[in-house]
Ligand binder design. Structure first.
Ligand code: RTP
Ligand code: MG
Length: 140
């Protein structure tokens, strides 16, 4: 099987709590390699566009408020089966359901402020990577 790419976001609560380094260590352990990276403070429009699939859901406005509350670290990760494996490293959306040892179990503050994002399918990975990175910003 060939290497896959996935988009990761270290969300504002984790950046604020100085957890970037701890999260990067977990990526190294999981053999998920960083091939693109930037820090951005999302605008309301960028956050709404990124999470467009959730528009109209009860948590949408709170999600956008949270994602624009401070800078985030956006990365492209690569590795065998990277999409699924990164979601395993992250743990369940709701920290109450996340397994011990996952990023969300260790670093989430709530179901919304859950520390990290990872793409959920090859289609969303492709869309999400192109949302943040030009081809010449990815170092494969
Ligand atoms: P993500 O997209 O951020 O990687 O998270 P996910 O796939 O595990 O969860 P998803 O269903 O896509 O939800 C996107 C983000 O919205 C927030 N959320 N809040 N209050 C709530 O009930 C609720 N549900 C979802 C979380 O920040 C979640 O990661
Ligand atoms: Mg999602």
């Amino acid at each position: 099987m060939s290497a896959e790419r996935t988009l990761s976001i270290i969300k504002p609560n984790a950046v604020k709590k100085r957890l970037i380094g701890k999260i990067e260590e977990r990526l190294v352990q999981a053999k998920l390699d960083i091939i693109a990276m930037k820090m951005v403070h999302l605008t309301k429009e960028q956050a709404e566009g990124f999470y467009a699939e959730h528009q109209g859901k009860p948590f949408f406005d709170g999600l956008v408020r949270f994602m624009t509350s401070g800078p985030v670290v956006v990365q492209v990760l690569t590795g065998e089966n990277a999409i699924c494996r990164y979601r395993e490293v992250m743990g369940a959306t709701d920290l109450a359901k996340a397994l011990a040892g996952t990023l969300r179990y260790d670093f989430a503050d709530s179901i919304t402020e859950n520390a990290v994002h990872g793409s959920d399918s090859p289609q969303s990975a492709e869309r999400e990577i192109a949302y943040f990175f030009a081809d010449d910003e990815i170092f494969d």
